[in-house]
Ligand binder design. Structure first.
Ligand code: ZN
Length: 244
């Protein structure tokens, strides 16, 4: 437990919280800007098991923000999850790490949600997020959303079964919700660190049993203006996804 001595001292965590973390099983979807930061934090914090799924390989343009990769990974065109696993195993060998070089799709999501207690959104598109949302609502699995573009981002917890789901917030035609990717609008390297850290922060509270301390609503972050705003969100009675 020496590894976690500073974390154990945090009020609300302690030995009991650390034991809860060690029993936790997390699915991380996407291992890019958000995902590398989330994996780094959660593996250091001592989650029991993390399954990381991403189909992409490391490219030179990733290195500005994707904190687990280096030039050799890009040169070797290594799958991101493999490059991440090598680093994460060096960081904390007590965490069980499973990697999947695939895209999360409707045909495999049930398999990868098996035995999972929390899903972390490290994706870069709404198609996959709506897929995660629908599967998690159906199975009653909590998940934590993060999204980034250029200099602004959002964080939302979908960890309360009585609360709204992603489709309550973004109803209607799902495909039209797609936002321009980082290849079009760019991305500030600090943004993925901030949003990934805030998602991980919510995950640590959730996994250690500090549910009452979790964030409510949508946190909207604008790093160019250096502002953090909390926006109220609510469940929709006519939601296509979560209405009873
Ligand atoms: Zn809903």
């Amino acid at each position: 437990m020496e590894r976690y001595s500073r974390q154990l001292l945090v009020k609300g965590i302690g030995i009991e919280g650390q034991k809860r973390l060690a029993r936790s099983r997390v699915l991380l979807v996407g291992c890019g800007g958000l995902g590398t930061n989330i994996a780094n934090i959660l593996v250091r914090a001592g989650v029991g098991f993390i399954r990381i799924i991403d189909k992409d390989s490391v490219e030179l343009s990733n290195l500005q923000r994707q904190s687990l990769y280096d030039e050799k990974d890009a040169k070797d065109n290594l799958p991101k999850v493999e490059a991440a696993r090598r680093v994460l195993e060096q960081i904390n060998s007590t965490v069980e790490i499973e990697t999947v070089v695939e895209e999360l799709i409707s045909g495999n999501i049930d398999k990868y949600l098996t035995d999972i207690g929390l899903v972390m959104d490290g994706t870069d598109n709404f198609t996959t997020r709506f897929l995660i949302n629908r599967a998690c609502v159906k199975k009653g699995i909590p998940w934590i959303h993060g999204g980034v573009a250029a200099t602004s981002g959002v964080v939302m917890n979908f960890t309360d079964k009585e609360g709204p789901c992603l489709e309550c917030i973004y109803p209607g035609d799902l495909v039209s919700r797609e936002v321009p990717g980082t290849g079009t609008v760019g991305i500030l390297g600090t943004l993925t660190s901030v949003v990934g850290a805030l998602q991980s922060n919510e995950a640590i509270k959730f996994l250690t049993g500090n549910i009452d301390n979790m964030m409510e609503g949508m946190l909207y972050i604008d790093l160019w203006r250096s502002t953090f705003e909390r926006i109220a969100i609510s469940k929709r009675d006519d939601c296509n996804c979560c209405k009873p």
